[in-house]
Design a protein around this ligand. Sequence first.
Ligand code: ADP
Ligand code: MG
Length: 355
Amino acid sequence: MPEPFPDIKSAHSLVAKHVTKERWEKLADHKTATSGFTLAQAIACAVQFDNQHCGIYAGDWDSYKDFKDVFDPIIQEYHGISPDAVHTSDMDVEKIKGNINPEVPVHSVRIRVGRSIDGFGLSPGITKDQRVGVENLMKSAFGKLAGDLAGNYYPLTGMDEKVRQQLVDDHFLFMSGDRNLQVAGMERDWPEGRGIYHNAEKTFLVWVNEEDQLRIISMQSGGDVRAVFERLARGIKAVGDSVKAESGKDFMLDSKYGFVHSCPTNLGTGMRASVHVDLPGWTKEGLEALKKRCEELKVQPRGTRGESGGQTGITYDISNKHRLGYSEVELVQCMIDGVNTLYAEDVALQKKHGI
Ligand code: ADP
Ligand code: MG
């Protein structure tokens, strides 16, 4: 007997729209092979919370295939792609035109991608053994990184509390406590198997077993997006080569959906290229106006304390909005152009408001 059709609290979510009674009855009893994940686990956030836009996560690569009747229409609608769309990747920094203009008050640039290693589950479904397996594999793989990418791995288990808090405050490390991630199953066995790798300068970092198995990050102070992108491209390749040499495994790469992530909103590039930038004029104009303008420019505003951490003062995290259907180069270009435009408009808004 399948579980009864759930009461989906997020009534306007993509889950509510696409998890029909018919599809539920067909899929509710199924468990995936890699991590024994179910459709009920996948949609837990949409069922429990009333504020989800998407509301679904994958527990392994199998989830996207076994539950495709649900995932495919959600992914197509969210990303605005056609059923026969294919994804292409392009990390060639030489194709990027210009940079953040020198007068723009940017504090720092950060670009991250998510990557998942084939054969292990994704965070919502990954078994305890698989999670430790990913961490052990990465401990060896990190040892092979050289030059400016060379660094050390710091497991969360046993990390000094002051050190941990400082890494969070300095925007280098993730933290626990995001309700979505908890309900999606991503904080099981916390903090075991989680940790952070970084080089001495903290310009190249890798998060292990947070929302994705790996988040590969390049960041630095100032506004040089090109330099950050160039380092990221080298870093992704070095990590991928090292994982392959160590285990024979590749990153999960789907021809339609690009790099596989636990959250379908990250499919494709899995890339978020952001700057922390001061926008005093837009702050006076109001957050709703800023959000609307960002939508037009295909960028997204966040607070500077991370997605769920909130906004403070006049500083915003502005990043590319899209992940799938555009190459990495296109998305970085869109962010650079968007930030330059927002700042030019900010100067006019400062005059308007007498700042
Ligand atoms: P994601 O999940 O995309 O990696 P979050 O919004 O969860 O990003 O933020 C993760 C951390 O990265 C937070 O501490 C945030 O302040 C930091 N961060 C994001 N963009 C920048 C940036 N341009 N400069 C410095 N730190 C950043
Ligand atoms: Mg996050």
